[in-house]
Design a protein around this ligand. Sequence first.
Ligand code: NDP
Length: 296
Amino acid sequence: MSAQIIDGKEFAAKVRAQVATHVARLKEENGITPGLAVVLVGEDPASQVYVRSKGKMTVEVGMKSVEHRLEADTSEEDLLNLINKLNEDATIHGILVQLPLPGHMNEDLVINAIDPAKDVDGFHILNVGLLGTGQKSMVPCTPLGCLMMLREHLGPLAGKDAVIIGRSNIVGKPMAQLLLGDSCTVTICHSKTNDLKSVLQGADIVVAAVGRPEMVPGDWIKPGATVIDVGINRIERGGKNRLVGDVDFASASQVAGAITPVPGGVGPMTIACLLANTLTACCRANDIQEPAGLTP
Ligand code: NDP
């Protein structure tokens, strides 16, 4: 294997330590404890695991963690009432509604009911617009984590050719805005892209966010490229359940200059960035200077 492994687990631990230091300072100097509220509707097993792990890490960095678990048949009105209460609660600086929501709820309506200043997922339409126009916003956690890893690994990104595979609102599109903000030349690919292989062969940076196990083989990657694999796919191999990315790690790591593993790459950075966003929201709400390095 020739590629350097970008260790998201180790980097995320550093980000969390940085957040914890600032949280301790906020408590001591300003008497403020950042608070994150996570709302889970229904009993989706994967969502339950995410919510538990978010709550645990929130407490570990010294923040207040509040969890609201609602029944799957909760009405949209009751959920909106809860969001209003959290919007008005001065001890809560970040609100995250775990997606997906049950089918009878309108996700856009629910997300846009969150106070944009507390929208630590960065999905509110106002934050999407602010990011798209290069203004200060709350930035979606997964692309923010990818950007941090790219900057850490490559230094300034200006002039690099970046190809993003996937155009979702939560990963692909905000990732493109962030890389454009860092003056990359950005191409976004999707399921209707003709000849993905030839597009990828010009890419200095590849961000794969598709949800198809190991769909990008090594011979699609430009030698020396930096590969960020966002995909999380559960497969069965050799009679065992395994997590794999959207990139075929075995072949891509022979060609790439650097690559994130799955698991242990983008995943841990996403939660670290959620904590960073909660700290940022708390600083902004209290007119306190934001810590450097935790926002684009
Ligand atoms: P979506 O399903 O919302 O989007 C997938 C995108 O991939 C779409 O734009 C789709 O194109 C595109 N696509 C599908 N098939 C192909 C193909 N054959 N060639 C090129 N593009 C294709 O997924 P998400 O963005 O929500 O998530 C992507 C992956 O990232 C998933 O595995 C998810 O689990 C993972 N993820 C990981 C996170 C983490 O913390 N590590 C956080 C969030 C997501 P089209 O628009 O044309 O349909």
